[in-house]
Design a protein around this ligand. Structure first.
Ligand code: HEM
Length: 246
């Protein structure tokens, strides 16, 4: 078989260190979050006690995000199972887990495509986003800092592009792995590595994203369920968007 020696070496390194990369990727983010919460704490805590009275996310945005969130959770559990467990030795049959993975992969693909479309316009960087990056959104200080921000701040826009790019890589490589008879061995090795590393990078990003959308920013999490935030929350966290609404 005509496979380049460097690709074989890369595949060997990947297989050997996969479990360590998974542990470093997930535990690293969890430790970072715990340290941030203990040393810096939540941003503008008082905003979490106000009544949500301003519409922020439409039903379509919420349903799409919910499907993407749930499918990502199931894909993570089943995917980590494939990477870490030996199904036969613990008495779980592989096929049903594989079918669940494929079902949620389709839901994830569909919801990622809809997210890409509906949030495309809100995720374009503006000149004022530099000010957010310069102070890292105020996340590295206990002082309350509220840099300019549209519907999404610069960090959220970065996460939109990060999750979009990784979703495309993971879905494409997953497709190659499912229809493996139609592809060369080289393509399958690349697909395996991209699918694995891309998924770990997305899981780590989603853990950080879930923290920023909940404990780190009181008053935010409700928007993915009922779609509303408090006016004061909008004025502080997304001043440019609030101005546009008015
Ligand atoms: C796992 C639990 C999750 C939680 C708790 C969560 C929480 C949130 C919240 C509260 C918002 C609204 C933020 C706002 O209105 O300012 C949001 C938006 C968003 N979510 Fe999630 N989410 C989760 C999973 C995911 C997943 C799996 C993806 C994609 C793979 C994702 C992608 C996005 C994107 C692109 C946005 C808009 C931009 C942003 O806020 O970063 N979320 N999420």
């Amino acid at each position: 078989m005509n496979i380049s020696p460097s690709l074989i070496a890369l595949n060997n390194i990947y297989s050997e260190y996969l479990k360590i990369i998974i542990i470093l990727g997930t535990l690293g983010v969890l430790i970072g979050i715990a340290l941030h919460y203990l040393l810096i704490g939540p941003n503008a805590k008082k905003l979490g006690q106000l009544k949500p009275d301003l519409k922020r996310l439409t039903l379509l945005e919420r349903v799409t995000h919910f499907i993407r969130m749930i499918s990502c959770i199931f894909l993570t559990i089943t995917g980590l199972g494939f990477a870490i467990l030996n199904f036969n030795s613990i008495g779980i049959s592989y096929k049903p887990v594989y079918n669940i993975h494929i079902l949620f992969a389709m839901l994830f693909g569909l919801s990622s495509l809809v997210s890409l479309i509906i949030w495309f316009k809100d995720s374009f960087f503006q000149r004022y986003d530099w000010q957010w990056f310069k102070v890292m959104g105020g996340y590295l200080t206990r002082k309350e800092i509220h840099p300019p921000s549209g519907k999404f701040n610069a960090g959220q826009k970065a996460f939109y592009w990060y999750s979009t790019l990784l979703s495309i890589l993971i879905i494409t490589s997953g497709y190659i792995l499912v229809y493996n008879e139609s592809f060369s061995l080289e393509a399958l090795i690349w697909a395996t590595i991209i699918h694995g590393l891309g998924s770990i990078a997305l899981i780590a990003g989603v853990i950080a994203h879930a923290y920023l959308g909940s404990f780190a920013n009181p008053g935010t999490i409700g928007t993915i369920f009922h779609g509303k935030v408090a006016k004061e929350w909008a004025k502080s966290h997304h001043p440019n968007w609030y101005q546009e609404l008015r």
